[in-house]
Design a protein around this ligand. Structure first.
Ligand SMILES: COc1nc(N)nc2c1ncn2[C@H]1C[C@H](O)[C@@H](COP(=O)(O)OP(=O)(O)OP(=O)(O)O)O1
Length: 167
């Protein structure tokens, strides 16, 4: 799978905006807003575009705080392996609105619906809520849901890799 981005808007009350995915990869799960990199796009361009397309929120590239690099691997489905850059978004224009792909809703930090999210999320999203920046590997088992292996490392700073944009 192509490289991806994932954005989590956070409001002044510390709530996270999630969207319930209506179609495609991760359908019916709550997640941040993002998608696959398009040809010629930078990760930040992708993140801004996907956030707008899926939530209606308009952010500037400079308003994205890069907080995680994740290597998602699927033990018996290598075609699904992909990397993702994760951003927190504190500033935007517009109001969240349902889109063709996502049904948005605000959640307090303590009540994220982990039972209806990707199973790795309950491990790494709390690290972001603790203001950590991380690099991680998440390996899913054959059922594409259970976790087989995870590893997370704190990083002092993160920068998007240019070498991952060519495909
Ligand atoms: C496997 O673990 C994952 N956990 C979480 N929390 N998020 C994930 C995981 N794997 C992928 N994601 C994110 C990364 C992207 O933001 C989306 C998937 O992107 P999608 O397939 O929806 O990409 P689009 O370009 O929007 O899709 P279309 O081709 O349908 O337009 O999930």
């Amino acid at each position: 799978m192509r490289p991806t981005t994932l954005c989590f808007p956070i409001n002044a009350a510390g709530e996270f905006l999630l969207g319930r995915k209506k179609r495609g990869f991760g359908v019916a799960k709550w997640n941040g807003f993002g998608g696959k990199l398009e040809a010629g796009e930078t990760f930040r361009q992708c993140a801004v575009r996907e956030l707008r397309e899926e939530s209606g929120l308009v952010a500037k590239e400079a308003d994205l705080e890069l907080v995680a690099f994740l290597d998602f691997r699927f033990d018996t489905h290598a075609e699904l392996d992909h990397i993702g850059y994760v951003y927190l978004v504190h500033t935007w224009q517009g109001t969240p609105a349902p889109t063709e792909e996502m049904e948005p809703r605000w959640f307090s930090a303590a009540t994220l619906p982990y039972e209806d999210m990707w199973s790795g999320d309950r491990l790494w999203i709390p690290m972001l809520q603790a203001r950590r920046k991380i690099s991680g590997t998440i390996v899913f088992a054959a059922d594409k849901e259970s976790l087989k292996y995870t590893e997370f490392t704190d990083v002092a700073d993160l920068t998007e890799s240019d070498s991952l944009t060519a495909f």
